[in-house]
Design a protein around this ligand. Structure first.
Ligand code: C5P
Length: 240
């Protein structure tokens, strides 16, 4: 990509080279990390997301000139230097409220968070004792799909989703792109070397009408490449 221009939404997006499309003036919201769903005061349901990929993307987008809001689940990571606002949350419901607030007027939403699919139907304010009836079969309810909710907003930002798959990546990615009405989907193959919790990642990008594989690299390198591709598609417009 080269040249620069106005994307029609009042945001001037510049680029100076093939991989260096920048996001000057764009408002970007990134969510990252896991969510923890509390069961009682000492226990929770969680997952192994480290938040590294999302934080790297927040960093890459800020370095590309975007005004970034980072909505973070429980992670042990420092806020990237140029990120304008970080909102820390714990549960999926808290993350949903923070994201819906942050995306108002935003240009791009990048959903890297590993949102828990379920939460317990009823939180116990006392520690559940061994042998309690019902403790062996916790009742779960589904959490809202934050990404799908943002994609359903009108007007809505340019929406980028992530999908961790262990098999049939392309087929599932295409279905998810359509079902959740996304502008772009980043699929990563999860194994013991790449993906969740690891330092490296290997991803494949999908958008309506196209795809591109980004081979294994550090999460920071992948993040820079992704931000360049997102900026390019955002500038080209959803229907280009
Ligand atoms: O359907 P699946 O969980 O694989 O979709 C993953 C994508 O959807 C990620 O971008 C994730 O952040 C988002 N997601 C969400 N809310 C959920 C579940 C997933 O925003 N409850």
């Amino acid at each position: 990509m080269s040249g620069g221009g106005d994307d029609g939404r009042g945001v001037h997006v510049k680029s100076s080279g093939r991989d260096s499309a920048t996001l000057a003036g764009a408002r970007v919201v990134v969510n990252a990390g896991p969510t923890y769903e509390d069961i009682d005061p000492v226990r929770f349901l969680g997952n192994r997301s480290s938040g590294k990929m999302g934080f790297a993307i927040a960093e890459a987008a800020s370095l590309a000139g975007a005004e970034v809001t980072l909505v973070a689940g429980p992670v042990a990571l420092a806020t990237p230097a140029k990120v304008v606002l970080r909102v820390d949350v714990r549960s999926a419901l808290q993350m949903r409220d923070a994201v819906l607030e942050a995306v108002r007027g935003a240009d791009i939403f990048i959903a890297t968070a590993a949102v828990a699919d379920w939460r317990v139907a009823e939180y116990s304010s006392h520690k559940i004792k061994k042998g309690t009836r019902g403790a062996r079969a916790l009742e779960l309810v589904e959490n809202p799909d934050i990404l799908a909710e943002v994609a359903a907003l009108d007007p809505r930002p340019f929406v980028v989703g992530f999908a961790a798959e262990t098999e049939r990546v392309a087929e599932r990615a295409r279905k998810k792109l359509e079902r959740k009405k996304l502008d772009m989907l980043v699929a990563n193959l999860v194994d013991e070397h790449v993906g969740i919790g690891a330092d490296d990642n290997a991803v494949e990008l999908f958008w309506p009408g196209g795809s591109e594989a980004l081979p294994r690299a550090s999460k920071l390198e992948i993040a820079n490449a992704l931000v360049a591709r997102i900026a390019g598609r955002f500038r080209a417009g959803r229907h280009a």
